[in-house]
Structure formats: C-alpha cells, structure tokens
Design a protein around this ligand. Structure first.
Ligand code: SAM
Ligand code: SF4
Length: 330
C-alpha cells in the first residue's frame, strides 16, 4: 500500500481523520480564561497562507482526512477566511468543514461561508445573560452573536452548536436559562470544563468546577443521555422530550477522556501538535512550500504520529507548554 493511502493511526489503535487547523493566533475578544488582556503581538505575524493551507490539507487528505475544523485565535478575523473555506472544502475526501468562532461577524457572512463549503459551525457563548457575556468576553456583543447564530440556524448547515466554558459563576447561576434557550432551537449547547493552561493558574483555581454538577442537574430535570455514535467526539449529550435542542458536557479531566481521541492539530504557524496539552510539536512548514514535497510531508506526519502519547497529564497538573488556547486553537 502506498504510504499516502494508509489511514492515520497511532500505537494505541486510535484513528485520526479529523484535523483542527488554527489559521491565526489573533483574536478580537478578551475572554477572561483565555486572553484576559486581549491578544498582544509578540512576534512577526506569519501565519499559514492559503497556498500553504491547500498543500497541508491535500497532504492530510491523502492519509484519510475527512473533517477539518478551522479555529484560532478568532479564525474569522482573517480577511481571506472565505478563500480558506473554499480551499479546504475542495480537498478530496474532506466531507466536513467546520469552524469554531466567537460569532462577532457571523450575521454578516453566514450565507457566504455556507455557499463556500462550510458545513458545521460551533459558536462560543459562555453566558446568555448580556452583562455576564460582556464581563467574560470584554465585549457587549451578545445580541450580535445571537443574531448570527439564529441566521446560521436558518441556513442548511449540517450542524450548528454552541460551546460554553463551564465557570463557577455560570454554574452557580444555574442552567434553567439554557434549557429555555434550547426549547425551540434545534442545537446542542455543550459545556466544556475549564482547562488549566500556563497562563491561567490562579483563574483556574478560582473558577474551575467539575461537570458533575451539570450532570446531576440534567438528570434531576428529566434530561437523558442521547445514544452515542461510534465515531462521536468527547461530548456526552442529553436530550429532553420538551426541548428541540440538546445540552452536553465535555469533561477533559474525566478518566478515559483521551481514549476516543480522533484529532490532530496544526498551529497557525504550521506545527503539527499531537496533543493540545503536549509540548512543542513537529514543524511541517518547510514542506508546504512546494507541491512536489507532498510525499515528504505525508511521511513526516505518519512518522510523527508514533510519538503521540496515550493521554494528557492534566490530572497531575501538567498542561504541557500551552499558555492559552488561542495560541494553538482550542
Ligand atoms: N475564538 C474562537 C472561539 O472562541 O470560539 C476559536 C478559538 S477558542 C480558543 C476555541 C474554544 O476554546 C472556545 O470555545 C473557547 O471558549 C474554548 N476555550 C478557550 N480557553 C479555554 C480553557 N482554558 N478551557 C476550556 N475551554 C477554553
Ligand atoms: Fe478569543 Fe476564542 Fe480565546 Fe475568547 S476563547 S479570547 S474568542 S480565542
């Protein structure tokens, strides 16, 4: 079998058909747990170009890639974001083109992005109370984000989801408002347990709460776990007969979280990152300058995968060299 026809797998039997690709480290929001002082330029801005992204995705697509998530920083601050979507969507075998966004310009571009091949959108909304949203993100833009979300729901995306980081204050405010939010909206709101990074030690100590409290609330209020697809990601989703949408949780500190890992990451500067909470990464950028380097590129990716560890070490307080999630793409 030719090297570039082999599916990507690691030494623990996990298959990797899903790439999370950061297209920028820049962000226009200043979420308290991620970039509390806003994004600051610390070096030259040399993020992957559209041509480099095209070669990267073509390389992975020869290795069985079927899904790409565009993330950042805030991916949609890139002026060529629509061309990036078109480039990724054109790669053979890539059936799902997803993005994670803070939603600031969703209302303006939803239809255009859909037409270019975007199929899945995750919008990050940590609170649906406007003041709390403002305090967490640094921007009084909840209504703008919600308008974009509702426009996206009206387009024929395969899935539109909401991500909310579970914080002590939002957990204490309770989940009734969220249940009302998904009563008529056919979308899943997934709460992600706050993760500790190099920059947020103190914040983590003050704001981290376990997902178990949400799980208890769901079970007390008539929500039941939805059946999981065999290739489902780490989210556990709950449904309720009176609600069109779902509520889910992603608990990276739970035992066994890494067993179903199916994703690889590439940073906005072209480094392959085998685990969000690992160290360093493997530079791929030198092999993205010429179409003729494709075989060398796939060879380097396959060889690097041998170094993927069984799981992260968050439970023992190690989060690798990750300073914040904007740096790598969450
Ligand atoms: N800017 C985009 C956004 O916010 O959706 C994409 C990048 S952001 C880093 C991706 C996701 O990571 C967001 O849903 C964000 O809330 C989440 N995130 C960032 N820092 C986090 C942390 N320390 N723990 C858990 N989730 C985090
Ligand atoms: Fe920006 Fe997303 Fe980080 Fe918020 S979570 S600061 S929107 S990168």
């Amino acid at each position: 079998m030719a090297l570039d026809a082999a599916p990507l797998a690691d030494g623990f039997g996990r298959r990797f058909h899903y790439l999370r690709l950061s297209v920028t480290e820049v962000c226009n929001f200043s979420c308290t747990y991620c970039l509390p002082n806003g994004w600051k330029k610390t070096g030259p801005l040399s993020f992957l170009t559209v041509e480099e992204i095209g070669r990267l995705v073509a390389g992975f697509s020869g290795l069985g890639l079927s899904k790409v998530r565009l993330t950042g920083g805030e991916p949609t601050v890139r002026k060529d974001f629509n061309t990036i979507i078109q480039t990724v969507a054109a790669a053979p075998g890539v059936a799902k083109v997803a993005m994670t966004t803070n939603g600031w310009n969703l209302a303006r571009h939803t239809a255009e992005w859909r037409a270019s091949g975007l199929s899945h959108i995750n919008v990050s909304i940590d609170s649906i109370d406007p003041e709390t949203f403002h305090r967490i993100t640094g921007h009084d833009k909840l209504n703008q984000v919600l308008s974009g979300l509702d426009l996206a729901l009206a387009e024929d995306f395969t899935a539109v989801k909401v991500n909310a980081v579970l914080l002590r204050e939002t957990a204490e405010a309770g989940f009734d408002a969220w249940a009302r939010f998904v009563r008529d909206r056919p979308l899943a709101v997934r709460f992600i347990e706050l993760m500790k990074t190099g920059d947020n030690d103190d914040y983590f100590a003050r704001h981290h709460v376990k997902a178990q409290g949400l799980r208890d609330w769901l079970e007390r209020n008539g929500w039941t776990p939805a059946p999981r697809a065999f290739d489902a990601g780490p989210a556990l989703e709950y449904r309720h007969p009176d609600h069109a949408g779902a509520i889910g949780l992603i608990a990276p500190y739970a035992p066994g979280f890494c067993d179903s890992c199916n994703r690889l990451r590439v940073t906005a500067r072209g480094r392959l990152r085998l685990c969000l909470f690992g160290d360093g990464g493997v530079d791929l950028r030198d092999l993205l300058q010429d179409d003729d380097d494709r075989e060398a590129l796939t060879g380097r990716i396959v060889t690097s995968l041998g170094g993927k560890s069984a799981g992260h070490s968050l439970a023992v307080g190690r989060s690798g060299d990750l300073r914040n999630l904007a740096q790598l793409g969450g």
